[in-house]
Ligand binder design. Structure first.
Ligand code: SF4
Length: 381
C-alpha cells in the first residue's frame, strides 16, 4: 500500500478513476494536499465519504510520537514513528519573519558514525522512502502559520547515502510544493560519488559540506568517512558542484572546545578554503556544539568562537556564527529520539540545529505543538 505523500499524481488519478471519480476530483485532492498544503480531512470541497475512503487507501506514513515547541515559539520539533515498522525519525521547523525552514531526516539513524553526533552514535536503522521524506515537510506545514519556503536535509542521516529517495523528494518539493530549488539545501559529510552525481542534476539545489576539521588527521577522528574520502577529494567534488551550479557551497564546522577550536586550526581552515577554487567562493558556518551523552566534547566560549571566526575570515573567507535553535527542546539532530529512549534518565544529547540564515522575527503567533513539555533551556557552556 502506498502512503499519502508517496503516491504520484498519475497513481492518484488512476486510483480515483478506478473508483469512478472524475479527473476534477483528482485535481481537488492534489491541489489541497500540495498547493493549499492542508490535511486531507480539511479539503472540505471533497465529499466526506471520499475523504474517508482516501484516508483509508492512502494513510499517512508517520504518526506523532513526541512533539515540542521551544519557548520562543519559533522552533518546533517532531519525533515521528513510521507506520510501517515503528522506526523513529525527527523533523525540525525553524521560523523567522522572512522564512520557514524544515530540517528533514533522510534516514532513520545514520551509518556515518560521526563521533559528536547523537544520530551517528545510534547507528543506521534504515533508509527513508520518498513519501516519508515529503510527509515531514507537509506535516510541519500543517502546524506552521507561514508558508514553508526552505528545506534543509540536515536531520537524521546522510542524504547522499540515500540518493534516490532524496532526489525524488527534491523533485517533489520543487514540482508539487512549488519550492525554488535554491531554497533546498542538501548537506553531506562528504560522500564524494553522491556529490559528483549531484553536479549532474538539473535542479540547482544548494550544497552544504560538513567539514568540522581543517586537516585529515583530525577529521579522521571526527568523521570516519574521511578515511575513505579525504578533505582534498571532498573539496574537489564540492568545486565540481559549485561549478555546475555557478554558486557558492557552504562548509559547516561544528566548533568543539579543545578539539577543533584553536586559532592555528582556524588559520589552517581559512587558508584551505581561501584557496578552494569553487565558484562563488567558500562560506563557513560555525556551529557551537551542544554536549552529547556519548561524546565528551562541548562548545567553546562565545569569545573563543568569535576569535576563531575572525581568524578564518582573515584570508577572505566569509563566515557566519550560527546560533543553536531549540536547545530547550533537543532540536539538534538525533537528540529528541535519544531523549525519548533515555526518558528515565534524561541527559544531554548531541549535535547541532543551526538557525536559518535570516534574523529571527519578533514573537509570531503560531499553533504550538506540545505533546512533550519542553525541558528547561540548556545552554552550551
Ligand atoms: S553528523 Fe550527519 S552524517 Fe554524521 S553521523 Fe550525524 S547524521 Fe550522520
Amino acid at each position: 500500500m502506498s502512503t499519502r505523500y508517496e503516491v504520484a499524481r498519475t497513481d492518484l488519478d488512476a486510483l480515483l478513476a478506478e473508483w469512478g471519480e472524475t479527473r476534477y476530483r483528482a485535481d481537488q485532492v492534489w491541489k489541497g494536499l500540495y498547493e493549499a498544503r492542508i490535511p486531507l480531512d480539511a479539503i472540505t470541497a471533497l465529499p466526506r465519504a471520499l475523504r474517508e475512503r482516501l484516508a483509508g487507501a492512502l494513510p499517512e506514513a508517520l504518526t506523532v510520537a513526541l512533539a515540542a515547541t521551544a519557548a520562543d515559539g519559533l522552533t518546533s520539533k517532531w519525533l515521528w514513528r513510521a507506520r510501517r515498522d515503528g522506526t523513529e525519525i525527527e523533523t525540525v521547523l525553524m521560523r523567522t519573519s522572512q522564512r520557514a525552514t524544515v530540517c528533514v531526516s533522510s534516514q532513520a539513524g545514520c551509518a556515518m558514525g560521526c563521533t559528536f553526533c547523537a544520530t551517528g552514535q545510534a547507528g543506521l536503522d534504515r533508509h527513508l522512502d520518498t513519501g516519508e521524506i515529503v510527509e515531514q515537510v507537509v506535516r510541519a506545514q500543517h502546524d506552521c502559520p507561514q508558508r514553508v519556503s526552505n528545506v534543509v536535509f540536515m536531520g537524521m542521516g546522510e542524504p547522499l547515502a540515500n540518493y534516490g529517495p532524496v532526489w525524488e523528494s527534491v523533485e517533489r518539493f520543487h514540482g508539487d510544493l512549488g519550492m525554488s530549488a535554491r531554497q533546498i539545501t542538501i548537506s553531506t559529510v562528504g560522500v564524494v560519488p553522491g556529490m559528483r552525481r549531484l553536479a549532474q542534476e538539473s535542479l540547482p539545489v544548494t550544497l552544504a559540506v560538513s567539514l568540522h576539521a581543517p586537516d585529515d588527521a583530525l577529521r579522521d577522528t571526527l568523521v570516519p568517512l574521511n578515511s575513505r574520502y579525504p578533505i582534498a577529494d571532498v573539496l574537489d567534488a564540492a568545486a565540481e558542484v559549485a561549478g555546475a551550479r555557478g554558486r557558492r557551497v557552504s562548509f559547516e564546522y561544528a566548533v568543539i572546545h579543545g578539539v577543533n577550536d584553536r586559532i592555528d586550526q582556524a588559520v589552517a581552515l581559512g587558508r584551505l578554503l581561501a584557496a578552494w577554487p569553487g565558484a562563488g567562493g567558500a562560506h563557513v558556518n560555525l556551529i557551537p556544539l551542544n554536549p552529547t551523552t556519548g561524546f565528551s566534547g562541548r562548545a567553546p566560549t562565545p569569545g573563543r568562537v568569535t576569535a576563531f571566526a575572525e581568524a578564518v575570515r582573515r584570508p577572505g573567507v566569509t563566515v557566519t556564527i550560527r546560533r543553536n535553535r531549540g536547545v530547550d527542546i533537543d532540536a539538534a539532530c538525533g537528540q529528541l529520539r535519544t531523549r525519548a529512549r533515555d526518558e528515565v534518565t534524561p541527559g544531554p544529547a548531541s549535535g547541532t540545529a543551526p538557525e536559518p540564515e535570516a534574523e529571527p522575527a519578533s514573537e509570531p503567533e503560531g499553533r504550538a505543538v506540545s505533546v512533550l513539555a519542553p525541558r528547561p533551556a540548556r545552554m552550551s557552556p
